[in-house]
Design a protein around this ligand. Structure first.
Ligand SMILES: [Cu+2]
Length: 153
């Protein structure tokens, strides 16, 4: 598996010009650990802030996890996860200069012999398929009350 270098936004770069759909850009890619993201932009007008999921959605640039401002930022993907980047210049994130990068967990070539017995919350990660045998209880497990209410009136 060769590592891939991605220019965010491809030839458009990191910008508010041209209404680049970064969501579409990232969702068309399959990112993996060891890939690299390159943000190309004029540092006079833009920057790159890594933010939390909620700050990404609210375009809150006040508490970034990491900040980049060289205009040619190379950001290696070191671990799987969900990464959120916005431009910190006023109005730019709101205008669509934001991108989320989802990096799935690497697929193990062979089964892991010592799978942890209780899995923990990580086993239910949205990044992977739900493990078999961990399905939620069916509707019949609900309290009798809701079943009664469900009977058509
Ligand atoms: Cu910007």
């Amino acid at each position: 598996m060769a590592a891939t270098v991605y220019d965010v936004g491809d030839s458009a770069g990191w910008t508010i010009i041209g209404n680049v759909d970064y969501n579409q850009w990232s969702s068309s890619k399959i990112f993996k650990v060891d890939d690299t993201l390159i943000f190309n932009y004029d540092p006079q007008y833009h920057n790159v802030l890594q933010v939390s999921r909620s700050d990404f959605h609210s375009c809150d640039a006040t508490s970034p996890i990491a900040a980049y401002s060289t205009g040619n930022d190379s950001i290696p993907i070191r671990t799987s996860g969900h990464y959120f980047y916005i431009c910190g210049f006023v109005g730019h994130c709101q205008a669509g200069q934001k991108v989320d990068i989802r990096v799935p967990r690497p697929i193990q070539p062979t089964g892991t012999p010592n799978e942890s017995p209780d899995g923990g919350p990580q086993a239910l990660s949205a990044l992977g398929p739900a493990p078999i045998g961990r399905r939620m209880p069916g509707p019949f497990m609900n309290s009798g009350k809701s079943i009664l209410l469900d009977f058509g009136r």
